[in-house]
Ligand binder design. Structure first.
Ligand SMILES: *[C@@H]1O[C@H](CO)[C@@H](O)[C@H](O)[C@H]1NC(C)=O
Ligand SMILES: *[C@@H]1O[C@H](CO)[C@@H](O)[C@H](O)[C@H]1NC(C)=O
Ligand SMILES: *[C@@H]1O[C@H](CO)[C@@H](O)[C@H](O)[C@H]1NC(C)=O
Ligand SMILES: *[C@@H]1O[C@H](CO)[C@@H](O)[C@H](O)[C@H]1NC(C)=O
Ligand SMILES: *[C@@H]1O[C@H](CO)[C@@H](O)[C@H](O)[C@H]1NC(C)=O
Ligand SMILES: *[C@@H]1O[C@H](CO)[C@@H](O)[C@H](O)[C@H]1NC(C)=O
Ligand SMILES: *[C@@H]1O[C@H](CO)[C@@H](O)[C@H](O)[C@H]1NC(C)=O
Ligand SMILES: *[C@@H]1O[C@H](CO)[C@@H](O)[C@H](O)[C@H]1NC(C)=O
Length: 451
């Protein structure tokens, strides 16, 4: 790989050579593929003089506050501007960027809003990072036409609501990260069209309503995280629509383990994959128990057929559900489930312990152990809920065998020279990387022991 510093450039000018590789001041440029790296230099604006043929542009960790049309060439393939202070993106900034594959706008906390057509026409876009951008809503057609998108990072925003069909065009989407928002309702058509989705992270929201048909298109989903939400119940029907599901986490919700829980209990009995604990917070005699440990006798006087409460929630396939209309169906449900507020922080760190105590009468079996390993990972989950450059790989901590899914991303990393050129950011990044590998190794090891 050739390295063209600015000093060399100056020499070339002196020699009267025609310059095809200029490089902006305070940046480092490379060729093959042509790369401009201007990270961590307190730039307040996009530096001038980025060569028009640059394929990869790295501007992370500056203080850039506006992105305007003409800042970048439409030949850009990779553009990283995460961890700046972008407050405005001119809607046409990326228009005509038909080669763009990776756009990272994450961690620009004051961004707050985006124009509907900001990403239109990005037919090759593979990864779009919008985590921690202070977004409280998304325009209707913001993801329209992104048929190549595989990774969409929307975690740690302030999203309260997702419009029906907002992901409709994302036929190729594999990872959808929505954790750490303020969502409270998942409707029948929220996730319509996501036929290739593999991983859906919805933890750390305020979800209390999941429509029975919410997951109807997610035939390839293997991983669903719903922990730390406000779910009182979830019907088995809902989960029956996920034939590929392998990893499910439901802990830290105020589950009500009365007749309402019967269909979930039945589903859990049938399910062959890994699940977290499902701690009951109501009724009084069930508080602290794990729904998975209950027996049929713990549901006296419940009819085996889908109970009346869950039938009340069924919606017609054709109709749309207005979430504000009947959220009370889930909350109230007619019995003494007077929404016991979860004592979450204390419970979460110990979620495997109460079960051991409660189930002392029963013998521990293989399944138990593997489930406990799953639950213990509650701890490591913080590694990937914080939302950073490595988000897309870290959930592999639980799904190690899917490593290849993330492989294409490794080809998009900056060349080693770019990282070396950048002092502190590079070091912390590589530390993160080492950490991620370490976690992956340990999980693989534990996984192989269990097998
Ligand atoms: C980022 O932008 C916001 C809004 O313009 C401003 O209030 C804040 O001081 C900026 N932060 C930094 C670190 O420049
Ligand atoms: C979807 O992803 C696959 C690889 O997973 C790729 O071959 C294909 O071109 C992508 N785009 C579309 C529109 O299917
Ligand atoms: C649950 O999520 C909230 C944010 O929605 C967070 O403040 C809280 O710490 C989380 N609790 C646990 C136990 O992770
Ligand atoms: C179940 O129903 C029987 C008869 O209706 C009643 O005696 C019993 O108390 C009920 N059990 C519970 C737990 O509600
Ligand atoms: C929805 O279902 C209910 C009963 O299941 C039925 O009475 C109603 O006509 C249906 N509405 C539509 C629009 O299909
Ligand atoms: C459903 O919503 C309608 C309209 O808001 C309301 O009148 C009705 O009481 C709700 N149903 C239940 C069971 O809460
Ligand atoms: C968690 O477990 C530790 C060690 O077993 C115990 O000392 C502590 O009281 C437990 N905390 C809760 C909230 O159960
Ligand atoms: C979880 O993390 C806490 C500290 O954050 C630690 O004390 C505890 O041992 C950890 N538990 C497991 C199961 O790793």
């Amino acid at each position: 790989m050739f390295k063209w510093g600015c000093g060399l450039e100056f020499l070339l000018v002196l020699c009267g050579l025609e310059l095809s590789w200029s490089c902006p001041r305070h940046c480092i440029c490379y060729t093959a593929p042509s790369t401009v790296s201007c990270q961590a230099h307190n730039f307040l604006t996009v530096p001038e003089g980025i060569p028009p043929d640059s394929e990869r542009i790295f501007l992370q960790n500056n203080k850039i506050h506006r992105l305007l049309r003409g800042h970048f060439s439409s030949d850009t393939v990779i553009l990283w501007i995460y961890s700046n202070n972008i407050t405005y993106i001119e809607p046409s900034t990326f228009h005509g960027f038909t080669l763009l594959e990776d756009l990272d706008l994450g961690d620009n906390r004051h961004l707050r809003s985006l124009a509907e057509d900001t990403f239109h026409g990005l037919a090759r876009l593979n990864a779009l990072h919008l985590y921690r951008c202070g977004l409280s809503s998304l325009p209707n057609n913001i993801f329209q036409g992104l048929r190549n998108l595989q990774y969409l990072y929307l975690q740690e925003n302030h999203l309260k609501f997702l419009q029906d069909d907002i992901f409709m065009d994302l036929h190729n989407l594999s990872h959808l990260f929505l954790h750490g928002n303020r969502l409270w309702s998942i409707n029948q058509n929220t996730f319509r069209g996501l036929r290739a989705l593999d991983r859906l992270l919805l933890h750390q929201n305020q979800i209390e309503w999941v429509d029975h048909l919410a997951f109807h298109d997610l035939k390839r989903l293997t991983t669903l995280y719903l922990f730390n939400n406000s779910l009182i119940q979830l019907s088995g029907q809902c989960l029956d629509m996920l034939p590929a599901l392998e990893y499910l986490r439901l802990n830290d919700n105020p589950w009500s383990c009365d007749c309402k829980a019967l269909s979930l209990w039945e589903w859990l009995k049938r399910f062959r994959g890994s699940t977290s604990s499902v701690g009951c917070q109501a009724p009084v005699n069930m508080v602290g128990k794990d729904l998975k440990e209950l027996r049929k006798e713990d549901f006296p006087n419940c009819s085996t057929a889908p109970n009346s409460e869950s039938r009340a929630q069924t919606h017609n396939l054709s109709g749309t559900v207005n979430p504000s209309m009947n959220r009370s169906v889930v909350i109230g449900s007619g019995d003494q489930t007077s929404v016991v507020q979860p004592s979450r922080p204390s419970r979460s760190r110990n979620c495997t312990k109460p079960r051991n105590r409660l189930s002392k009468g029963k013998e521990d079996n293989e399944v138990h152990h593997s489930k406990e390993v799953m639950a213990d990972k509650d701890n490591s989950s913080s590694d990937f809920t914080e939302g950073g450059k490595h988000d897309h790989t870290s959930p592999d901590g639980t799904v190690t065998r899917r490593k290849h899914k993330c492989a294409p991303r490794t080809t998009m990393r900056p060349p080693s020279g770019v990282q070396q050129a950048n002092n502190r950011a590079a070091i912390s990044q590589s530390l993160l990387h080492v950490h991620a590998i370490f976690v992956a190794l340990i999980t693989t090891y534990v996984g192989s022991i269990l097998r």
